[in-house]
Design a protein around this ligand. Structure first.
Ligand code: NA7
Length: 538
């Protein structure tokens, strides 16, 4: 409902993991008047929208939680090693109810614009429902993977069947029974969805542009004794994950893969493969992300696993990643992914050997000169990651500057939290912060707590504005690039490198701190301790 302009101390955009906690701290810790706008019709963010079959978190459930409600940590019980989408949504509903968050969240409302007024030092935010509100602080909690990437396939408008994108999945689900289905994409999402869809569909065709390195998730029930021990140890778990490299309890082998004997290496690889999850990716030899030779040893191990799992060696060959390094794109976790290609009702169409997608036709997809007919097409083609959701807010800072123009060659931020020329704007898990390279709740809590302390400081000292200085911002951008340039990650055509969207300026989107998320936490704390070094306060 459109209403007269209302004023708040802070406006938060988004009610997923980030926005909910931001509301909690600003309202209940600092006593501010806060308004949250959320496009979905309940809390959840990523977990509200991504309802495709097989959707689950790739972090272990015991660390995929808020750590600030100690009672909830004891009370809430995850049912499996990796929480499934409906269960995460139930968890977030439970937390929203425990802390009475919904009363300050306006659902079904998307923020469509915002301007900073230099004469009043206030932000004005507008929504698609006609709201206009003002606030001193504007906080984006829009998530990193929330702007859908639907590639501009020629002919999609002609297609007579049904099509869906995994990131905006219908609430009522999709019935694949007796249907001929296509899945386009083989990223982390598709790797979760493909085995599930194959079980239901009459026939499934997978369109692969780049073969991925998948490692087994090894989901399942967790031993109740393990749960008990974890619950008793939560204080230490929290400390360890906060100080860790990736916000997970994974630690590199402090040795080069090249120093190990072949037998020793194989045993270490086996251990991580058998453990499942991100261990193979994030707890491997420490030079895996730096040395092509070390990396190739990991890549070769996975290729051998694919060869063993997939019966038809011609298909195995197509599924084997070649020409890009292991681990430099987001690691997909698989549950029967490679096994799915042994099924009679599954066909792989590989862009490199069978031909790339040329167009969508009335009846299906034409690739490599051949038309494939489908009742349903599922696009698992990912997101305009990290910068996409922020640009979509149409924010105007000092002098009417827009993020679009300021970020013409990629993001420019200070610490991934603040943008020069956009006073009192904070971006939770923004570009150039560790965010997607970590277990998200760890990164989110660190940002929310830092922003809360910063706003408390502003309120106590009577400061009206805080903004990154252009110098600090450019030094940060240089730092982000200098670190990642030492790794193999820059060579990948990944969404981390903005390479998944034609025309998107090539830039590394997150931040890889040399000391991990723990090191980044210290850096941010240090900035605050030095009176917000690199920021201008007025
Ligand atoms: P991703 O990881 O971006 O994967 C998208 C997939 O779609 C990937 O296999 C792409 O191939 C493929 N793709 C993208 N555009 C096209 C076109 N135009 N034609 C054919 N194939 C295409 O997205 P996900 O949703 O799987 O994962 C995103 C994150 O969500 C994930 O990393 C987790 O953090 C959660 P490509 O490899 O680019 O050749």
């Amino acid at each position: 409902m459109a209403s007269a302009t209302q004023h708040f101390d802070a406006v938060v955009i988004g009610a997923g993991f980030s926005g909910m906690y931001m509301l909690k701290t600003l309202r209940d810790k600092l006593g501010l008047k806060v308004k949250v706008f959320e496009a979905g019709d309940t809390v959840g963010g990523t977990w509200y929208w991504n309802r495709y079959p097989g959707a689950r978190c790739d972090s272990d459930s015991y660390i995929y939680v808020y750590t600030w409600d100690k009672q909830a940590l004891q009370e809430w019980q995850w049912s499996e090693r990796y929480p499934e989408q409906p269960e995460i949504l139930r968890y977030l509903e439970y937390m929203a109810a425990r802390h009475d968050l919904k009363r300050d969240i306006q659902f079904g409302t998307r923020v469509t614009g915002g301007e900073f007024d230099e004469s009043t030092n206030l932000w004005t935010a507008r929504t698609d429902k006609g709201d206009t509100v003002t606030a001193r602080y504007l906080i984006s909690a829009v998530g990193t993977l929330s702007t859908t990437n639907l590639p501009k396939f020629k002919g999609l408008e002609k297609y007579k069947g049904k099509w869906f994108h995994t990131s905006t999945w219908p609430k009522e689900g999709v019935d694949f029974t007796a249907k001929r289905v296509a899945v386009v994409g083989t990223g982390a999402t598709a790797v979760q969805a493909i085995p599930e869809i194959a079980l239901q569909a009459k026939h499934l065709t997978v369109f692969q542009r780049t073969a991925n390195y998948c490692v087994p998730a090894r989901n399942g029930k967790v031993d109740p004794d393990v749960w008990k021990a974890r619950k008793a140890d939560y204080d230490n778990i929290i400390k360890r994950t906060r100080e860790s490299f990736f916000g997970q309890e994974h630690y590199f082998i402090p040795k080069s893969a090249l120093e190990a004997t072949p037998e020793e290496r194989e045993a270490e690889f086996d251990k991580r493969w058998d453990a499942g999850g991100f261990a193979f990716w994030l707890a491997n030899y420490q030079d895996m992300f730096f040395s092509e030779e070390a990396n190739e040893l990991c890549a070769d191990y996975i290729r051998r696993k694919i060869r063993k799992t997939v019966k038809d060696q011609a298909i195995a060959e197509r599924l084997m990643p070649k020409g890009h390094h292991y681990g430099c794109k987001r690691q997909p976790l698989d549950t029967n992914y490679y096994e799915t290609f042994n099924r009679d009702n599954v066909l792989l169409v590989d862009a490199k050997t069978d031909g790339a997608i040329e167009e969508i036709t009335e009846k299906g997809i034409r690739a490599g000169g051949k038309e494939y007919e489908f009742d349903i097409i599922v696009f698992a083609t990912g997101f305009d990651a990290m910068t996409g959701p922020l640009k979509a807010l149409n924010l105007k800072g000092r002098g009417g500057r827009s993020l679009d123009k300021e970020w013409a060659d990629g993001p420019h931020t200070y610490l991934g939290i603040s943008v020069a020329g956009f006073p009192n704007l904070f971006t939770i898990t923004g570009p150039q912060s560790p965010s997607v390279l970590t277990n998200m709740p760890v990164a989110i809590e660190q940002h929310v707590e830092w922003i809360t302390d910063c706003i408390e400081h502003m309120e106590k000292t009577g400061k009206k504005t805080i903004e990154a200085t252009p110098q600090a911002q450019e030094a940060w951008v240089a730092n982000v690039n200098a670190v990642v340039n030492m790794t193999l990650m820059v060579k990948a055509n990944s969404w981390y490198m903005s390479a998944n969207i034609p025309g998107k300026p090539k830039a590394f989107l997150p931040y890889l701190d040399p000391e991990g998320v723990g090191g980044y936490r210290k850096r941010c704390a240090d900035v605050a301790a030095k009176g917000y070094e690199g920021f201008a306060l007025a």
